[in-house]
Design a protein around this ligand. Structure first.
Ligand code: NAD
Length: 289
């Protein structure tokens, strides 16, 4: 397949109401707030939009200010019932993490947290730069724990104690591929964080993780040339063989498909989802040919 089709295969159409899961839940109202990290791009942006479309006030946070402006513009285009408020912040700075939750509380009762922000780095174990590992750890593990700590504390003080933490893991939180040790460790750790919150939950407080295969976002698009170089194969071979080779579903997911899982997981229909993982990977990890 010529590489000129690569971009077509990775193209994402703007979200419409038809793409979104709408859930009937009395708590999905503007008085309640969902903090969404990574909300300037990809899965985090779609999650912010899906939750706002369901009526919540969303504290959309990211280090990328321009991307956050785009998220607000998309919310306006969709005419969401809730709202998207932005908080520009760097998840590697504790004072920023604290400011995110303080600001979120200005918009209403903070009940939901979607830890979505993440980044990738491709290198073998023996070459993996430790400063890059530390950055990935800070963004994908330490900040999710610190945000959970702050949000759970607030949930405990609400009238009914209802609140949910949703963590964006990955198939790389179930099995691993070579040259992604920082990512693999982070995603396995994120599932550990999820289960740790679940163990202290019940009576309203829950946690779950979401594990998908490859989703059409910049994080994936940007790593395709690196993966091709590392393995000495073409970009199309990366998509067909490396990314979708083990999947029985031969299309990558759109960000909104993942966002809908957060909507369900946060809703009262997810009441028995505590510590569990929503593995939406097209059969990638549990089947083989
Ligand atoms: P993305 O690159 O589109 O979005 C990631 C966002 O995280 C960006 O907006 C970026 O600015 C933000 N971010 C990075 N470092 C930050 C920091 N220090 N402070 C604040 N924000 C920061 O990527 P995506 O694909 O939407 O990924 C979102 C999450 O989904 C990640 O955790 C990723 O591991 C996970 N995931 C992605 C896929 C996929 O195929 N795209 C599959 C499974 C899991």
């Amino acid at each position: 397949m010529p590489s000129s089709t690569t971009h077509d295969r990775l193209a994402v159409e703007p979200i419409t109401d038809d793409d979104l899961l709408f859930v009937d839940d009395d708590r999905f109202a503007p008085g309640n707030v969902a903090v969404v990290t990574g909300a300037a791009s990809g899965i985090g942006q779609a999650t912010a939009l899906a939750l706002a479309a369901n009526g919540l006030s969303v504290a959309a946070t990211d280090v990328d200010e321009e991307g956050l402006r785009e998220t607000v513009a998309e919310a306006d285009r969709l005419g969401v019932d809730g709202s998207v408020e932005t908080v520009v912040a760097d998840l590697t700075a504790d004072e920023d993490v604290e400011r995110i939750v303080e600001r979120a509380a200005d918009f209403g009762t903070v009940r939901y947290l979607a830890n979505v922000a993440g980044l990738q780095h491709i290198d073998a174990v023996e070459d993996f730069p430790m400063d890059r590992y530390d950055l990935m750890h800070d963004v994908m593990l330490r900040a999710p724990l610190y945000l959970s700590k702050l949000v759970v504390g607030r949930v405990r003080r609400t009238d009914d104690g209802v609140g949910v933490v949703g963590n964006m893991a990955s198939v790389h939180g179930h099995y691993v591929t070579a040259d992604k040790v920082g990512y693999n460790v982070s995603k396995f750790g994120l599932r550990g964080l999820t289960q740790s919150i679940a163990a202290e939950g019940g009576n309203g407080l829950r946690a779950f993780s979401v594990s998908t295969g490859y989703v059409k976002t910049p994080l994936v698009t940007d790593q395709i040339p690196d993966t091709a170089d590392q393995r000495g194969i073409s970009v199309d071979e990366v998509i067909d063989d490396v990314m979708l080779g083990q999947s029985r579903v031969k299309e990558m997911m759109d960000p909104v498909d993942v966002a809908n899982l957060f909507v369900f997981g946060f809703s009262e229909h997810g009441d028995h989802l505590n510590g569990g993982d929503l593995l939406f990977d097209g059969g990638m990890t549990l089947t083989y040919e």
